[in-house]
Design a protein around this ligand. Structure first.
Ligand code: AHR
Length: 507
């Protein structure tokens, strides 16, 4: 049996829980839009063609924001193709995913959908094949009240009120050789700065995200962030990070510890951004938008786009079917994001429906929750108030990829308004349970509200349209204690959420 001791204290706060950590991502890719959120012929579709069964699951998932329209797709997208009368919209080749884009769904449909889903939009502009002019046009169409050409077009298209989109991504993965319009860091940094300056002439309060590296292993990682921020430090508010995880060579122990990589990545980008700021003697801090993260089996067949003469509409692409082990990893990645909430102020799980997604659909048929749905939904619902700085003393385990790591990882939140303290934990060891003691200082635990666990067994189980909900959290009845201490057991390879009723007794 491994052991871990955690110390929580409501006086040791990292930051308020950024509700934007629980964002998602909808790209024109595969069946995310078409056959995912939008399927006019579906029995549950509403008058706008939005699937009602998907909307219900999206609300249950508890996401707060959605990034749109890409991803790689945005780098050759003309946003104007997707507005105005649908029968006049052109079909175009989508060079990112070798598909045919019908443009039946565009900005106005997306904004209607986010309204129904009750989430905030995050809009990406094309800085691959396009530039500052088109970004500013899109901003005028979306956010200007009226009286100008593009704002009046929006009004003519049925949206009288401006959309008021606050958070904008200046391109996508511009360091990647796979990106249409890849640029050097300095080239991109200048374009991002120029575009940001132009957008701020319209509205100085926009929040703008510059592209960071596409992942920590990029050969240009580090110099990319430094050079982009050297050009754009004063003009942007956030820098993006993207990371996808999968077991390499069936190495499950390292896969379960994927949050180690996320921690390292966030800490490294924070250090680089702060060093650029220090050299400039700047008092501003650049925040982090982890605006693509998830488990993704990138080398598996569903991730291979069509080729040659084949340009299908909404082909099934990147349709990973997630296991219970994947759900445990997703729970662990959320712990890493929360732990860094003083710097990571926005994040988007990629993506929302069908494409590496917590929600799957059948054309004309049912929609269901993948295993990874459950830790996300529970964390989004119960991580409230402030993130606490958890002091951790844990047994260790050795992984091939990350060396010696703590067996148990954890983060906690404390909500003054409800008196609820929630601890999210992962046991990252494949074959050994862990006894955990949670010591609470500065608060008295009145009781355990709920303790639920995902994993421990059937790590390879997956959900299907008709199959059971394998990662539906089940009660963990080992949790005991009150006052200053609670004990619980974490099964091997598992994610757990412990909710405590606690009273603040700080002087
Ligand atoms: O989310 C799938 C793809 O992953 C996105 O289009 C791209 O930004 C990233 O490489």
């Amino acid at each position: 049996m491994n052991t871990a001791r955690l110390l929580l204290d409501p006086r040791r706060r990292v930051a308020p829980v950024p509700r934007r950590l629980f964002g998602s991502f909808v790209e024109h890719l595969g069946r995310c839009v078409y056959g995912g959120i939008y399927e006019p012929d579906h029995p549950t579709a509403d008058a706008d063609g939005f699937r009602g069964d998907v909307l219900a699951l999206v609300r249950e998932l508890g996401i707060t924001t959605v990034r749109y329209p890409g991803g790689n797709f945005v780098s050759s997208y003309r946003w104007e193709d997707g507005v105005g009368p649908v029968d006049k919209r052109p079909a175009r080749l989508d060079l990112a995913w070798h598909s045919l884009e019908t443009n039946a769904f565009g900005l106005d449909e997306f904004m209607r959908w986010v309204g129904k889903a009750g989430v905030d939009p995050i809009m990406a502009v094309n800085l691959g094949t396009r530039g500052t002019a088109e970004a500013v046009d899109l901003l005028e169409y979306a956010n200007h009240r009226g009286g100008s050409h593009l704002a009046d077009k929006r009004r003519d298209n049925g949206a009288v009120d401006p959309y008021g989109i606050r958070l904008w991504c200046l391109g996508n993965e511009m360091d990647g050789p796979w990106q249409v319009g890849q640029r050097s860091a300095t080239e991109y940094g200048r374009l991002a700065a120029q575009t940001a300056k132009a957008m701020r002439r319209f509205d100085s309060d926009l929040e703008l995200v510059a592209c960071g590296s596409s992942y920590l292993g990029m050969p240009t990682f580090g110099s990319w962030e430094r050079d982009v921020l050297t050009e754009a430090y004063d003009d942007v508010d956030l820098i993006s990070l993207h990371a996808y995880y999968q077991p390499v060579d069936d190495d499950l122990p390292s896969f379960l510890a994927s949050a180690e990589d996320m921690d390292t990545y966030i800490d490294a980008v924070t250090a680089i951004a702060d060093s650029v700021g220090a050299i400039r003697r700047s008092t501003r801090k650049i925040m982090i938008a982890f605006d693509e993260w998830n488990v993704w089996y990138q080398s598996a067949a569903p991730s291979t786009p069509p080729s040659g003469e084949d340009w299908p509409v909404a082909p099934p692409l990147l349709e990973d079917h997630y296991s219970v082990a994947d759900a445990v990893v997703v729970g662990g990645l959320l712990i890493s994001l929360l732990r860094h909430s003083d710097r990571v102020t926005a994040a988007c799980q990629a993506q929302l429906v069908n494409v590496i997604a917590p929600i799957m659909t059948e054309p004309g048929g049912s929609a269901w929750r993948q295993t990874i749905f459950h830790p996300f939904a529970r964390t989004a619902r119960h991580a409230r108030g402030a993130v606490l700085d958890v002091l951790r003393d844990s047994s260790t385990t050795t992984t091939d990829r990350y060396g010696v790591v703590d067996a148990v990882d954890a983060v906690s939140t404390w909500d003054d308004s409800t008196g609820e303290m929630t601890v999210f934990l992962v046991n990252r060891v494949l074959d050994t349970p862990a006894e955990v003691t949670v010591d609470v200082a500065g608060a008295q635990v009145g009781g355990i509200i709920e303790c639920v666990t995902v994993g421990g067994a059937d790590l390879d189980a997956r959900n299907t349209a008709d199959g059971p909900d394998h990662a539906e959290p089940r009660t963990n009845d080992t949790a005991r204690g009150s006052g200053a201490s609670v004990q619980l057991t974490l099964p091997q390879a598992s994610w757990t959420m412990l909710r405590l009723r606690a009273t603040d007794v700080t002087p």
